[in-house]
Design a protein around this ligand. Structure first.
Ligand SMILES: [Zn+2]
Length: 264
């Protein structure tokens, strides 16, 4: 049985390359049904690589997967990573294709992972902007309970119980702008046990198998259990725009975007 993957990005989200060991490399068609179902929209002739450690963020907690490449040490990349998913028992499946269909990796080989830097930064800014809106809402309307968060490009939003209207938009925008301008630090820490603070959107991903919970804070004002990737300071998100406030069945959605974006 291949052991769980050490998710290195949880402790250091700044790494964009990492040398590690291949534990398994196999075609998606040979995976079990449960793992196959994780490879949604990936061609079945593609492959799944598991390594001892990873710096690739696996899709979850409202944040999209990283993409990138894997190379043998001191060689050009031979494998393009299109999607990373985590199995329930903590193994990270790196789905993608070999540039030369005839090549492959074998267990025990040392490889170098390379994460697509511009996409990771963009995803981290979108995700962190969600936390900043969450903090702005907590400061402005502490009684509004957050129910959902989505940090995907073009559909990023935070959802709250109760009704919010267009008149709230400039108020939220102003508070968000202020928090960005304050350039607050966003430290990551670990708590023993399951944290009772907040209901972070990535809380599930932030729960460690050894019983610790990862906490993303904003300048001592906000503490959320979260397994996502963040920028180091609020100013690093760039400019956050509250695009729209919409309502459905008693839930209000605050849609937002960050600028500059990237060509995805
Ligand atoms: Zn987060």
């Amino acid at each position: 049985m291949v052991p769980r993957t050490e998710a290195v990005y949880l402790d250091d989200a700044t790494l964009r390359t990492l040398s590690t060991e291949v534990l398994s490399s196999q075609p998606i068609s040979s995976l079990c049904e449960e793992e196959k179902s994780l490879a949604k929209n990936v061609p079945t002739e593609d492959n799944a690589i598991i390594m001892r450690q990873t710096i690739f963020y696996a899709q979850g907690g409202g944040q999209p997967s990283d993409t990138g490449a894997i190379a043998l040490v001191d060689q050009d990349p031979t494998f393009e990573v299109s999607l990373v998913r985590k199995t329930p028992d903590g193994r990270f499946l790196h789905f993608g294709k070999f540039l030369d269909a005839a090549s492959s990796f074998v267990a025990g080989q040392q490889v170098v992972q390379r994460v697509d830097d511009s996409k990771r930064n963009y995803h981290s800014r979108l995700h962190t902007a969600g936390h900043i809106i969450g903090l702005a809402m907590q400061l402005l309307m502490p009684d509004k309970k957050k129910v959902k968060a989505n940090h995907f490009p073009r559909e990023a939003s935070m959802e709250y119980e109760g009704l919010l209207y267009n008149e709230h938009k400039p108020v939220i925008q102003e508070k968000v702008d202020e928090l960005v301008r304050l350039d607050l630090p966003i430290p990551i820490s670990w708590l023993q046990g399951v944290a009772q603070v907040g209901d972070g959107e990535g809380a599930e991903e932030g729960r460690s198998h050894d019983g610790r919970t990862r906490i993303a804070s904003i300048g001592g004002l906000d503490h959320n259990p979260c397994g996502g990737t963040h920028v180091a300071r609020t100013s690093f998100v760039g400019s956050v725009t509250i695009r729209k406030i919409s309502r459905q069945k008693g839930i209000s959605r605050v849609s937002y975007d960050v600028f500059p974006g990237i060509e995805v």
